[in-house]
Ligand binder design. Structure first.
Ligand SMILES: NC(=O)c1ccc[n+]([C@@H]2O[C@H](COP(=O)([O-])OP(=O)(O)OC[C@H]3O[C@@H](n4cnc5c(N)ncnc54)[C@H](O)[C@@H]3O)[C@@H](O)[C@H]2O)c1
Length: 491
């Protein structure tokens, strides 16, 4: 009898699975120094239903503050703790909680100590650590929080290097905690529409996805965030795609990456660096002097960038699909995540506007023209993803990138409250985060092909494909009302 992998991994067979996994641990153990073998595989991992979800936030800046506001409004959730080295951020959160009749959150880091967040992880005041810090802190927070029994909701990208990927995977396996990457674009209305159409077979078998992140961030990246220049740091020092996940994770779900397929290898190529440097010369005086994230002086007028303006990756999957991924945050152009999928029956694309074409009958040549706008909108209505059907209205009211941030938060809370596996797991976090280092290695090797690690250690072959799931909104009581946040829209 073929055993359902989800049941297999969540039932009594844990022990056997742990033994099976232990043989594959040497690489990860060596890297992380966690010692011994790790635990059982995390595919399908779930915990007992948690009626109350107490959340501790580390980093309450541009992303963390609206996240606090959203979580405070999800029934069954409590903003239990906050950590930020900027006391003004802490004050603003406490004020907001008070104004909304909510208890004050426990605080860490008001004294400005860089590692005071560890106290939040070690305390027993929360069950979940929600991390929205600058990127170098992601991996240490993942490991420390899980080692202290907390589930982790980590901003994107989940980690940075392959060693950090292994370290995070092994910590999740060892401590049996969720480590979920907060990739909000998975829950975008049109990303979810694409996913639903693909899972319903409307485009046939998908052979190619073209996605990415193109967002003119010249002003944002040249502006210190609370006096720190962490955002532009990768441009200054590294080649490669350091922010791969917004277009990629939704596409990975459409291609069933780590659930029946996997990324095998990538090649990456990069343009020269021109746009950021031109922006710096045009907008800052020759004697400009600020402090970089490493504490060294940084002159925005003269600073040279290592990373080229545009990085492109091509990935090949074990099942013969390809995916192209572009990263460009510095040329003047409209925002774009691509979301283009081509299959044996049709095409879907959501930028610059919704474009859909498919063959109505097998091989009828009907996909030569995109459907007109009215038909595309009718399809959008008809194939709206179940999450957007039930939560779309409230998500748009509460906000956060058009509502997708709220759908994301609602969904992971729902999974915890109902004892379900997360929509993506720690292997997905590691796989997608790997692109940061793999793309840099490929660029440095004249675009040579670089293999992806298989964090699932072969588990991708038997893992069940992603499914279109439902959420029962009756399990949430929103009768106490919600409030729309101005700053929930600004990141
Ligand atoms: N998913 C998205 O749409 C999206 C958008 C923007 C940023 N991000 C990601 O979110 C994360 C945070 O980005 P942001 O824009 O909110 O940055 P930000 O600079 O606005 O906020 C970071 C916060 O972390 C605090 N902080 C820094 N060091 C700390 C420490 N040692 N202890 C406690 N707090 C500390 C800062 O004081 C600040 O308030 C990054 O990983 C970024 O990649 C995701």
């Amino acid at each position: 009898m073929e055993q359902n992998r989800r049941e297999f991994l969540t039932g009594a067979a844990w022990m056997g699975a742990a033994a099976m996994a232990a043989g594959c641990m040497s690489r990860a153990s060596a890297v992380s120094g966690l010692g011994g073998g790790a635990g059982a595989p995390m595919h399908g991992f779930r915990v007992a239903p948690m009626k109350k979800v107490r959340v501790g936030f580390i980093g309450v800046g541009g992303r963390g503050t609206p996240a606090v506001h959203r979580i405070a409004q999800i029934p069954g959730c409590e903003v239990a703790a906050i950590s930020d080295i900027n006391p003004e951020r802490l004050d603003a959160i406490q004020k907001w909680l008070k104004e909304h009749g909510l208890p004050a959150a426990k605080e860490w880091s008001r004294d400005g100590r860089e590692d005071a967040w560890r106290g939040l992880c070690e305390s027993d005041c929360c069950d979940v650590v929600y991390s929205c810090t600058p990127r170098p802190l992601h991996c240490p927070i993942n490991v420390c929080a899980m080692a202290n029994g907390k589930h982790v909701m980590q901003e994107v990208p989940g980690v940075f290097s392959l060693d950090e990927c292994w370290e995070t995977v092994e910590a999740a396996e060892k401590y049996r905690r969720h480590c979920y990457m907060l990739e909000n674009c998975v829950y975008g209305e049109e990303e979810m529409l694409a996913f639903n159409l693909i899972k319903k077979g409307k485009l046939g078998e998908i052979v190619q996805a073209e996605v990415g992140y193109q967002h003119d961030q010249r002003s944002l990246q040249y502006k210190p965030a609370d006096g720190r220049f962490w955002r532009i740091d990768r441009h200054v020092k590294h080649h490669g795609n350091y922010y791969p996940t917004h277009g990629l994770v939704p596409a990975g779900r459409c291609l069933d990456i780590n659930r029946g397929d996997r990324f095998e290898y990538l090649v990456s190529m990069e343009t020269k660096s021109a746009s950021f440097e031109a922006f710096g010369r045009a907008n800052f005086p020759a004697d400009d002097s600020v402090v970089g994230i490493d504490g060294k002086p940084f002159n925005r007028h003269t600073q040279r960038m290592v990373k080229g303006d545009i990085n492109m990756c091509l990935m090949h999957t074990a099942m013969g699909k390809t995916l192209s991924l572009i990263h460009n945050v510095c040329t003047p152009r409209p925002y774009d995540r691509g979301n283009l999928y081509m299959g044996t029956k049709g095409i879907y694309r959501s930028y610059p506007s919704l474009l859909i074409a498919w063959e109505e009958k097998e091989g009828d040549g009907g996909a030569k023209k995109y459907f007109d706008e009215a038909k595309a909108l009718q399809i959008k209505e008809e194939y709206r993803h179940p999450f957007w059907k039930v939560a779309g209205e409230i998500a748009k009211k509460i906000g956060g990138h058009g509502g997708m941030d709220f759908v994301m938060d609602l969904r992971w809370v729902y999974c915890l409250q109902n004892g379900l596996p997360m929509d993506t797991d720690v292997y997905d976090l590691a796989t997608y985060s790997s692109i940061v280092e793999l793309s840099e290695r490929s660029v440095n090797a004249r675009s040579s092909a670089i293999d992806f690690p298989d964090y699932t250690r072969g588990g991708w072959k038997t893992a069940k494909p992603f499914t279109v799931d439902e959420m029962d909104m009756n399990r949430f009581d929103f009768s106490h009302g919600i409030s729309k946040d101005k700053d929930a829209q600004t990141t």
